[in-house]
Design a protein around this ligand. Structure first.
Ligand SMILES: Nc1ncnc2c1ncn2[C@@H]1O[C@H](COP(=O)(O)OP(=O)(O)OP(=O)(O)O)[C@@H](O)[C@H]1O
Length: 363
């Protein structure tokens, strides 16, 4: 069931007579129970999007539907949507109990009901031992759980989260991410989660929505987007290190780029013409070492479980990943081949995946 729908959303900010079109006809449809991560570079309108869903900000054009009903003129308090902010927005002068209880007090709930709800969510988030503490006596991870508890206490079935883990250090962040995932499974609420951290997005999301230039550029299963990006921009934005994109030309059954020659993948064969200029994309991990293209090593980065080897192909730097700690050094000559099934081909001008482009034409 479609639970949140954004239809042709436009948002233009005007500051000192300068107009910034942040959202430009954005469409997004979210099913009940999904954990959708809106991912995109800084300043692309992610927070703006959340604020429009919550009603804190009004779109200039387009419509917002929640639970199948249009809510354009419904004020935030009546949208039954909770929000968790990056800075937690916890009141420093209230203890944890009162912070969590606050939304229920605003709703004039009875003392008994407030008590039982606060205890229920604080147990769930394992902060029931901390209810008497002031926020200044909490760690970052605990503070973040208080913020989530306060969002859950009203029982809203749509929760919006704006980079809620951004202030946590790397280790706590991984734990918090896992906890959030489990919590989502347990509660089956619909969550829209904003981040610019793609590791977070890929590991957390049931669906990723990639925002860029005011619209959703790709939306779907995180691994499907990773493996089969619909454009060169998506391929080079998702993944650390990102997808390698190189320009080339079709010559018979081969893609030729500088002095390398790669057989055309079967899936793309009928979509390509001789002499056609294209871009090819391949993930750094989808290569085999030992034979094939001969290159010199430009730089080596050992990360522990794998090694990133930078090589120069006709002036373009390509990243290759070898499992474990590779025994190569700068200046070494190595050979590699690209896994045929994992090559993606993009239009030279539009940057669109040629298979997607063909599907669009036929639909
Ligand atoms: N009230 C405002 N007036 C003018 N410009 C604004 C206003 N709010 C946001 N912007 C601009 O709109 C753009 C989008 O902002 P937004 O906060 O939605 O982006 P974001 O993707 O959430 O960024 P980040 O990842 O850095 O938090 C930015 O360029 C920002 O400077």
């Amino acid at each position: 069931m479609e639970y949140i729908r954004l239809e042709d959303i436009w948002k233009i900010y005007t500051q000192k007579k300068k107009k910034t079109e942040v959202l430009r006809g954005l469409n997004l449809s979210i099913e009940k129970g999904e954990l959708v991560v809106v991912l995109g570079p800084s300043g692309e309108g992610k927070t703006t999007l959340l604020r429009i869903i919550s009603g804190l900000l009004k779109q200039d054009k387009g419509h917002v539907y929640l639970r199948g009903e249009i809510v354009d003129n419904v004020p935030p308090k009546d949208r039954n949507v909770s929000m968790v902010f990056q800075n937690y927005a916890i009141y420093p002068f209230m203890n944890v109990y009162d912070n969590i209880a606050f939304p229920l007090k605003l709703m004039h709930k009875s003392k008994e009901e407030i008590r039982s709800k606060v205890l229920e969510v604080s147990k769930m988030l394992r902060i029931d031992e901390l209810l008497d503490r002031k926020p200044s006596q909490l760690s970052g991870g605990q503070m973040q759980r208080v913020a989530i508890a306060r969002a859950l206490v009203k029982g809203d079935d749509i929760i919006l989260m704006d980079e809620p883990l951004a202030n946590l250090d790397a280790q706590v962040r991984v734990i918090a991410r896992d906890e959030l995932k489990q919590l989502h499974r347990k509660l089956n609420t619909t969550i829209v989660y904003v981040t610019h951290d793609q590791t977070e997005a890929l590991s957390l999301a049931t669906k990723v929505a990639l925002i860029h230039q005011g619209v959703i550029q790709a939306y779907g299963d995180p691994m499907e987007i990773y493996n089969n990006p619909n454009s060169d921009w998506v391929g080079s934005f998702i993944g650390t290190p990102p997808m390698n994109i190189i320009e080339g030309k079709i010559e018979g059954d081969y893609i030729v780029s500088n002095d390398i020659k790669i057989p055309v993948p079967i899936t793309y064969k009928k979509l390509l013409k001789d002499n056609q200029k294209i871009k090819i994309g391949f993930r750094p991990e989808n290569v085999k070492f030992g034979e094939g293209i001969e290159v010199y090593v430009d730089m080596v980065e050992r990360v522990g479980p794998y090694t990133v080897i930078y090589v120069d192909i006709g002036g373009q730097i390509i990243r290759l990943i070898e499992k474990g700690q590779a025994k190569v050094e700068k200046g070494d000559k190595i050979k590699f081949s690209i896994d045929q099934d994992q090559i993606v081909i993009f239009d030279i001008n539009s940057g669109k995946n040629l298979i997607e482009e063909e599907n669009d034409k036929n639909s």
